[in-house]
Design a binder for this molecule. Structure first.
Ligand SMILES: Nc1cc(-c2cccs2)n[nH]1
Length: 260
């Protein structure tokens, strides 16, 4: 199953880290088909203008709609024709005609592990990297008439542009694709897979700076180890992320903690 990814940005070099290690290998193994497009290639003036001052005044600049529409039309045309890399195919083996367009922004729906899993099932994703001051609203409307559009936020903080958010989302999605991560089981027990944070991990030496590895991990009782690890995940989630626990479990886990 190959996934096609297109990224449109005014800083294509920002996406260079995607050529490294895991993601780079997935691309070389043909699991991922990544294309980065420079938004400025879709301008026609001498200064390759992509933004302008906001109607209604206010600080900063807003990205112009024209270049975005031309860039996204190019992405749809190139991707669906299978030029410069394969046309993504749906699960049913049908060529995908349009991508799901992901637009990072602080005002979007929360990007979570669940959303990452949904995106990993998509045959074709396109990412539009805007600048913080924003993209002309008519681009969202224009794109929404042609393809599914999701505005996604990494969290409640403000970045200057979408590139960093796209790097994070591409990594979170690509590692879920079959064959990208070595042993699939490492995908199961990690944080947020089942709503709990991960348990503490240890490796050699057994004693380090006067600190010891919990005895249960040094023995071979796999059931006891699994129980200890689950208990640690519940405790750690109750301490750091009670919001992830269903209310009853949160208070029970906290009562247990306070009693210790
Ligand atoms: N979560 C989040 C996304 C963003 C931006 C995306 C694009 C420009 S700023 N800030 N914070």
């Amino acid at each position: 199953a190959q996934q096609r990814l297109d990224v449109v940005t005014i800083f294509p070099e920002y996406l260079a880290p995607l050529d490294l290690s895991l993601i780079g290998k997935a691309r070389r193994d043909g699991l991922l088909d990544l294309h980065v497009h420079d938004l400025r290639d879709f301008t026609h003036d001498r200064h390759r203008t992509v933004d302008d001052s906001p109607y209604g005044g206010g600080a900063g600049m807003v990205m112009k709609p024209g270049p975005w529409a031309e860039a996204l039309e190019h992405v749809v045309a190139q991707g669906s024709a299978g030029e410069a890399g394969g046309a993504a195919t749906t699960g049913a083996g049908e060529p995908a005609r349009v991508p799901t367009l992901i637009i990072p922004g602080p005002g979007g729906e929360r990007f979570t592990q669940q959303v990452a899993r949904e995106l990993a099932d998509e045959p074709w994703l396109a990412f539009a990297c805007g600048r913080y001051e924003g993209i002309d609203e008519r681009v969202y409307e224009w794109a929404g008439e042609r393809m599914p559009v999701r505005v996604l936020s990494l969290g409640d903080y403000v970045l200057n542009g979408g590139e960093v958010a796209v790097l994070a989302m591409v990594e979170a999605v690509a590692r879920l694709l079959p064959g990208v991560i070595g042993n699939a089981e490492s995908l199961v027990e990690e944080s947020h897979e089942d709503g709990l944070l991960e348990y503490p991990v240890y490796t050699k030496p057994a004693e380090w700076g006067g600190r010891h590895v919990p005895d249960v991990l040094l023995g071979g009782n796999h059931r006891a180890i699994a129980e200890w690890r689950h208990e640690q995940r519940v405790q750690r989630t109750a301490e750091r992320r009670p919001d992830l626990l269903p209310p009853a479990a949160a208070s029970t886990a906290l009562v247990d903690l306070e009693e210790r």
